[in-house]
Design a protein around this ligand. Structure first.
Ligand code: ZN
Length: 435
């Protein structure tokens, strides 16, 4: 008998293994086309996926130091959360605003009354860098328990050069100390701070001339984002920030057409942005331009839900137009949602996406929105071994089950980091670095 090839970890006996096939993002009808293997096994070596197939065939070919029986469970790619505002002081949560929203105050009205984001900014400015990092670590633990293995994380609650840099450094520290990988985005142009009230143009100059060079110099972020909206930053100001970001090597992202059509989708297409996010009011012309340019549309259905907007982005139209659609939580004090699974259910129930579409949007397409679809977002040989193992017999439970955590185990970079619903990684040591 031929000697079996040695591996680090084999998961075997899965009821189903389901994955989109990359690295290109899935669009149109292809968005719902997933690869499904029954009675599946995955082989992992050196934090990477080596082979995927039927259990019998895999066990004939490979043996491993560690083996995990996942009978009756479903393996999917670890979720990629492509849009979060992870870093803020926890005093900046705003549960009191839920009642105001229920009484009919809009997001922009609450903001105009000095509430909303400004409360979070005050709390975040008062917090130390280490405190902020610790809070990020706790939030990442919660996300990991829900199957999320890669997270995009934005600054944007500092709004001074020192405080923005502090937030980015806190994210860097959290990335280093936690098994979840972060893609870090500089969002200095998140809002006009009170010191610059009525002078958004002057604040944009501060972002461009002082913050961006320091962010680039410290290698503190990979992306630059801006909140392009009526009453916040105009499309011209957004362009100024994103073009300056590009000059410093930061890829553009944009909060676009969330409450009105400001031409954000078109701007994203013109600049070749990695993504345009929200898009509730994006024009058909803007969406077509995005499809043409291959800009990912990151949809955040938990955000209009928690803002009580009473409408959602038109996912079906975007899919029809060929926009690569991704899903993300938009985790922030206005949208306190850590679970990508919850967002997948909202995508199905509120935007009429199918469960298969939602899974591709929350994994491979989300990875593409942060430039990592060659690395994570699908279960294919060569990719990082990031897996969520669900306590259900089939993937169609994802999106269908609302509000429950279906995750039993999580593998991050080849290492079991959540076992039977509990965190089992060692703090301060990154997954995949065997010691
Ligand atoms: Zn956002």
């Amino acid at each position: 008998m031929r000697e079996r090839e040695q591996a680090d970890l084999v998961l075997y006996g899965a009821s189903e293994l389901v994955t989109p096939v990359g690295p290109a993002p899935l669009k149109g009808r292809k968005l719902g086309e997933l690869k499904v293997i029954r009675d599946a096994a995955v082989v992992i070596r050196d934090s990477r996926i080596v082979a995927v197939g039927r259990t019998r065939q895999i066990r004939r070919t490979f043996s491993a130091e560690d083996e995990l029986d996942v009978s009756g469970l479903t393996i999917v790619p670890g979720f990629v959360d492509a849009h979060t505002h992870l870093v803020f002081a926890s005093e900046g949560f705003r549960p009191e605003e839920l009642e105001m929203k229920a009484k009919g105050f809009t997001y922009m009205e609450i903001l105009a009354r000095g509430g909303g984001i400004m409360k979070t900014v005050r709390a975040t400015r008062a917090a130390s860098e280490r405190r902020l990092a610790e809070e990020c670590l706790r939030r990442l633990d919660l996300m990991l328990l829900h199957g999320t293995t890669t997270v995009e994380a934005k600054s944007g609650y500092g709004l001074t050069p020192e405080d923005e840099l502090k937030c980015l450094r806190a994210l860097k520290a959290a990335d280093k100390e936690h098994p979840v990988d972060l893609a870090i985005t500089f969002l200095g142009a998140h809002a006009v701070p009170p010191e610059y009230e009525g002078r958004p143009g002057d604040y944009v100059e501060l972002v461009v001339s002082e913050m961006l060079p320091r962010v680039a110099e410290g290698h503190l972020a990979s992306f630059c984002d801006v909140f392009c909206e009526k009453g916040v930053f105009t499309p011209e100001q957004a362009r100024r920030v994103l073009e300056a970001g590009l000059e410093h090597g930061l890829k553009p992202k944009i909060h676009a057409d969330e409450f009105s059509d400001t031409g954000g989708a078109r701007l994203a297409a013109e600049l070749g942005a990695a993504s345009a996010d929200h898009l509730l009011f994006a024009s058909e012309e803007g969406l077509k331009a995005m499809a043409e340019a291959g800009v990912v549309g990151v949809l955040l259905p938990a955000s209009p839900l928690t803002t009580m907007l009473g409408r959602f982005a038109d996912a079906r139209k975007m899919i029809k137009l060929g926009v690569p659609v991704a899903l993300a939580t938009d985790f922030n004090p206005n949208c306190p949602v850590e679970s990508v699974q919850a967002v997948m259910a909202l995508a199905c129930y509120c935007m009429r996406m199918t469960q298969a579409e939602a899974l591709a949007a929350a994994t491979l397409n989300a990875a593409h929105a942060i430039g990592l679809s060659g690395e994570v977002g699908s279960i294919e040989p060569g990719k990082k071994a990031d897996l969520a193992i669900l306590d259900v017999p089939g993937h169609e439970h994802l999106g269908y089950r609302l509000g429950s955590n279906l995750v039993r185990h999580v593998v991050k970079a080849g290492e079991l980091v959540v076992e039977d619903g509990k965190l089992v990684y060692k703090r301060g040591r990154r997954a995949g670095h065997r010691s």
